[in-house]
Design a protein around this ligand. Structure first.
Ligand code: MRU
Length: 354
């Protein structure tokens, strides 16, 4: 296991090294900065399920590498055994987490490359799948940079920006979606300060967003999840920028549990609510937010944190990991193709010309 100090600037969530996928273990940040190594689709699926890697675009990239790893491991077999093993790889990855559509988007893209290359040798197929995984990761950074430029224009110099969960470099192949907008605004010379809410129960805000911002010396203030209304009521928040795990065809936005609450508060206080949303996160097959599958995670995440369990043993628990913000509460989607104000079915469909 490779250990790095937390003083490093560039956060490289996933990297390909010596024929294996290395991913930062996001469960132990910020106390430890460590990479774990993955060599099969099932290992990557387990890494996604247990949140070694999390965040919609990063999950998609990891799944793509999982498929490439499987192809590389199986390429000495005959075609039938290769195909059976690959199908098992696709299935175990597809079952790892349900909400972020980027996972299924990346798997579909990898399947397309496999199908187009059916006439090739298995070694060539494996090479083309690895090439595609690299391309998905590189493209993710380019997309985040493009969203950053569009989103930065929406933030005034001096803006105090609330973000929920972590939609940063750690949640992507680099730069981030919501934090990418903030990074790009800072790069453009704007004074931006970030308010990170802690994001119970997994604490992505406190552990990951705060860490990313501290690393880069972007001013950040940490609050608990129940403080944003108070700060808004006192005029201490100018804009909200969040990421998303899946956007339905009508513009409803699934994101980390608690996002809906923030969006309602933002509307109450007349604060713009922006969603940084790569096109790979839009699911045109889902008519509206009610049909988005919402992951329920284990009760232990709510009854305590890691080894410290504080709730009464035996208490009933709900732990939905995501919620849905209705499109009517979304001021704008920030995509790599531009800003979609007040998104609706028509404006979303227009992002995908036939
Ligand atoms: O459960 P997580 O940590 O995977 O949830 C992550 C989020 O909700 C992010 O906001 C979303 O994936 C967008 S990341 C660019």
């Amino acid at each position: 296991m490779e250990q790095l100090t937390t003083g490093q600037q560039a956060v490289q969530t996933l990297k390909w090294l010596d024929g294996r996928l290395q991913m930062i273990d996001q469960r132990v940040l910020p106390a430890r900065f460590e990479y774990l190594s993955f060599s099969s689709a099932s290992e990557v699926a387990e890494g996604i399920r247990t949140m070694v890697v999390r965040g919609a675009p990063a999950i998609g990239c990891a799944a793509a590498y999982g498929i490439a790893l499987e192809a590389l491991a199986l390429r000495q077999l005959n075609r039938e055994a290769f195909a059976a093993g690959m199908e098992r790889g696709f299935a175990v990855l597809a079952a790892s987490r349900p909400t972020a559509v980027n996972l299924f988007w990346a798997l579909a893209r990898m399947r397309g490359v496999w199908q187009v290359g059916l006439h090739l040798s298995l070694t060539e197929i494996a090479a083309s799948l690895l090439h595609e995984a690299h391309e998905i990761a590189a493209e993710d950074v380019r997309i985040n940079r493009a969203m950053g430029v569009y989103g930065a224009a929406l933030l005034a110099d001096g803006a105090r920006v609330l973000t929920h969960c972590n939609a940063g470099a750690l949640a992507t192949a680099g730069h981030g979606t919501a934090l990418g907008v903030i990074r790009s605004a800072v790069e453009a010379g704007k004074q931006i300060s970030v308010i990170a809410d802690e994001t119970r129960p997994f604490l992505q805000g406190a552990r990951l967003t705060a860490w990313e911002m501290v690393q880069e010396k972007i001013p950040v203030t940490l609050i608990t999840d129940n403080m944003s209304g108070y700060l808004m009521s006192r005029g201490e928040i100018d804009a909200v920028v969040v990421g998303t795990d899946r956007v339905a065809a009508n513009g409803d936005v699934a994101n980390k549990i608690g996002t809906y609450m923030v969006s309602v508060l933002a509307q109450r206080h007349g604060i713009p609510f922006y969603v940084a949303c790569p096109l790979s996160t839009i699911d045109l097959t889902i008519p509206d937010g009610a049909a988005i599958p919402i992951e329920e995670r284990s009760p232990e995440e709510v009854t305590g944190f890691r080894d410290c369990q504080w709730a009464a043993p035996g208490v009933a628990v709900r732990n939905p990991a995501f919620d849905v913000t209705p499109a009517e509460l979304v001021t704008a989607l920030i995509t790599e193709k531009g800003v979609v104000m007040r998104p609706n079915r028509q404006s979303i469909a227009a992002l995908f010309p036939i």
